[in-house]
Design a protein around this ligand. Structure first.
Ligand SMILES: Cc1cc2nc3c(=O)[nH]c(=O)nc-3n(C[C@H](O)[C@H](O)[C@H](O)COP(=O)(O)OP(=O)(O)OC[C@H]3O[C@@H](n4cnc5c(N)ncnc54)[C@H](O)[C@@H]3O)c2cc1C
Length: 443
């Protein structure tokens, strides 16, 4: 059966970015349709996001964009602007610790950027760290290794150098709910959503995108037309780019990287939900935050010693790798000695995919195909920026559709909360690999 319908813009994906773009564009009067093959908003990689909001990026534009993006979470109810029968997310502003270790150069750069952008922070000495977090051991153990390396078990070589404390950082406890909130916000403005529906073709006419073919779960296909189509398909983004015929022309490519996050009971006698914090620990090679049920969530910073597994987004192992789980938990017990090591059969956590770009910075851009845009390559670090991405993509699309040549005269977005200027050339598909990037999940 074939049918036909018209929209101003079709958004492929209803993850946190696709939903934020829908909210922004529908608020500007566009008739939007989000299409997702999953059963509900935020069921893709967003559902397993750690949803940490922090500002420790390695480029000035990255720091500014994250600071702007962070303000949305603090003003969530106003931003969403409508009720959601499931309730609204809470932003847990617990602060973030960034330990100064061997990699002092990166953090030195970060705090200079924070000074330039105007982001508050404190420098904590090892004594202050002991006082504020008495259940943690601030020994200097790095660089990161794995338990089969004797260096893993060595004693601390004195204390870490100190830490940057970022009081505005935190996390969102339910990233999938944040997508539902955004969906309801967009629907209140006339935005539409279709789930369990896959984009199986991107159509063109006269060198311009003209719509997509949608196929439902029982194989029925429908052609839907729109002069604007936006690829926000997360780890599937490169497949959509291939479908649209724009993959080869882009200088920066994206790939799906398998990533595990583990959940472990908090250290004995510690209420980590209130006493804990978000932390980035490049000395031992993990990051952490409180997780519901008085657990500690542990993620890998993808240190060189850890495996990197690039996969096809529809074909990868979704079970926890016991070896990686044990490595992460043992790392965490060095920093939090009161944390026990659960037996192997109690290994808990999630497996999902990062949509990693060549330099771990996102691509927010137009393409050579007129009307076809991308918000991809989010590299495990763009959840926090969703609101700001919504504004940036809507500004970009409005300008390009009005005839502006973004490739030669890049759009500058003025953040609606901070007034900061975001030069979108930093996120161009045609940029050279940015040498200032950390080339990691830090962005
Ligand atoms: C384990 C993990 C931890 C992370 N932690 C953090 C963090 O702490 N802080 C942070 O800022 N970021 C973090 N990130 C990154 C962040 O979660 C992502 O950048 C963000 O969620 C990406 O959102 P998205 O909307 O682009 O993609 P997704 O949420 O993946 O949405 C894409 C959607 O497209 C749909 N789709 C794909 N192909 C098709 C098709 N052909 N037809 C129809 N629909 C299609 C999918 O079903 C999916 O729902 C993490 C990511 C992971 C995986």
């Amino acid at each position: 059966m074939t049918d036909s319908q018209n929209y101003d813009a079709i958004i492929i994906g209803a993850g946190v970015l696709g939903c934020a773009i829908a909210l922004e564009m529908s608020r500007r009067g566009k008739r939007t349709l989000n299409v997702d093959k999953a059963p509900a908003a935020g069921s893709g990689s967003t559902s397993n996001s750690c949803a940490i909001v922090r500002f420790t990026y390695s480029t000035k534009v990255g720091v500014a964009f994250s600071w702007e993006g962070g303000q949305y979470w603090k003003d969530w109810a106003n931003y969403i602007g409508t009720d959601d029968e499931l309730g609204l997310i809470d932003y847990h502003q617990v602060g973030q610790l960034n330990l100064f270790t061997d990699d002092a150069e990166r953090l030195t750069k970060v705090h200079k950027l924070w000074d330039e952008v105007g982001i508050p922070y404190e420098y904590l000495t090892p004594d202050q760290l002991d006082e504020r977090f008495p259940f943690m051991d601030f020994g200097w153990y790095g660089p990161p290794t794995r338990p089969d390396d004797p260096a893993f078990w060595k004693d601390a070589e004195g204390p870490v150098k100190g830490a940057l404390w970022s009081p505005d950082a935190g996390y969102v406890s339910d990233p999938q709910l944040s997508c539902h909130n955004l969906q309801r916000g967009a629907e209140a403005e006339g935005g539409e959503f279709r789930f369990r529906t896959e984009v199986t073709a991107v159509s063109t006419a006269g060198g311009q995108v003209s719509g997509v073919t949608l196929t439902d779960s029982v194989g029925n296909s429908v052609d839907v037309s729109a002069p604007i189509v936006i690829n926000v398909a997360g780890p599937h983004s490169y497949l959509i780019n291939q479908m649209a015929g724009v993959y080869d022309e882009m200088n920066i490519k994206t790939r799906a990287l398998r990533h595990e996050v583990h959940h472990v009971p908090s250290p004995e006698g510690i209420d980590f939900m209130s006493a804990g914090t978000v932390g980035a620990d490049d000395d031992i090679g993990f990051y952490f935050r409180p997780e519901v049920g008085n657990n500690v969530l542990l993620g890998s910073v993808d240190a060189d010693c850890d495996p990197s597994e690039y996969v096809h987004p529809d074909d990868y192992d979704t079970s926890i790798d016991r070896d990686q789980w044990k490595t992460q938990v043992l790392r965490a017990t060095r920093r939090m000695p009161g944390m026990g090591v659960p037996p192997d059969h109690e290994a808990r956590g999630i497996v999902d995919l990062y949509d990693v770009s060549d330099d771990w910075l996102p691509i927010y851009d137009r393409t050579e195909l007129g009307g076809f845009y991308v918000a991809i390559g989010t590299s495990g670090n763009q959840y926090k920026n969703a609101g700001a991405v919504g504004q940036a993509m809507a500004d970009l699309i409005e300008a390009v559709e009005s005839g502006h040549d973004h490739d030669t005269d890049p759009i500058q977005v003025t953040g609606r909360y901070t007034g900061l200027k975001i030069d979108l050339s930093a996120y161009s598909r045609n940029r050279e690999i940015n040498p200032d990037s950390s080339m990691s999940v830090h962005g």
